[in-house]
Design a protein around this ligand. Structure first.
Ligand code: ZN
Length: 203
């Protein structure tokens, strides 16, 4: 599973990954065939622009967690998934515990500090220390196409929570600008597709 994910991501425009995160993870691009997703069973969040963080495990596989916009797990073989089309996907990996987190941060969730709350919940539930966490802010709408700098605000929450700046990677890609790569709610309207972000603990 891990090998296939990393091999597929190399030299392909279909799956994008962060060099920092040494756990299986990626975000799909526009038109990606979801049947090709190599995480067999995932847990998804309902995504209602809340700041609710759900702790999930094997018993939640194939479920959508009602009312949640962030998912965390310390269980192996549990892949977390969120869908975005401009909103910010924030990938979190604590390689010491180990534990992973995945955040869907639109402007409402960002304003309610969902990324900082997710880190606090990982600390409380799993004992994850912020200094052991690496983070990736994936492709999303940037200040060039949107009047609110969601990337900067989520970056501020990560750094403010105790993650060192060099342990955070920010994708340079804007979903609004890169029409050939990404769906964009703001550019294409509500009927557009979604990008899928996935992460799990290494097996
Ligand atoms: Zn842009």
């Amino acid at each position: 599973m891990t090998e296939k994910a990393s091999k597929t991501s190399k030299g392909s425009s279909e799956l994008l990954t962060s060099k920092l995160i040494k756990a299986p993870h990626y975000i799909t691009t526009r038109g990606f065939d979801l049947n090709k997703i190599d995480f067999r069973q995932v847990v998804t969040a309902e995504q209602v622009h809340s700041n609710r963080v759900a702790v999930v495990g094997k018993t939640d596989l194939s479920k959508t967690i009602p009312g949640a916009d962030a998912l965390i797990t310390a269980e192996k073989e549990v892949a977390l998934a969120v869908r975005t089309a401009d909103c910010v996907p924030v990938f979190l990996y604590d390689d010491k515990t180990p534990a992973v987190g995945l955040v869907h941060a639109g402007w409402r969730g960002t304003a309610m500090n969902i990324t900082a709350k997710t880190l606090r919940t990982m600390e409380k539930e799993f004992g994850s220390r912020p200094e052991d966490v690496k983070a990736w802010i994936g492709p999303c709408i940037k200040a060039c196409c949107y009047d609110c700098d969601l990337v900067e605000l989520n970056l501020y929450q990560l750094i403010g929570s105790g993650i060192e700046a060099e342990r955070v990677e920010v994708s340079p890609l804007c979903t609004g600008c890169e029409q050939s790569l990404f769906y964009s709610y703001r550019r294409d309207g509500s009927g557009t597709g979604r990008l899928y972000s996935l992460i799990s603990i290494p097996i």
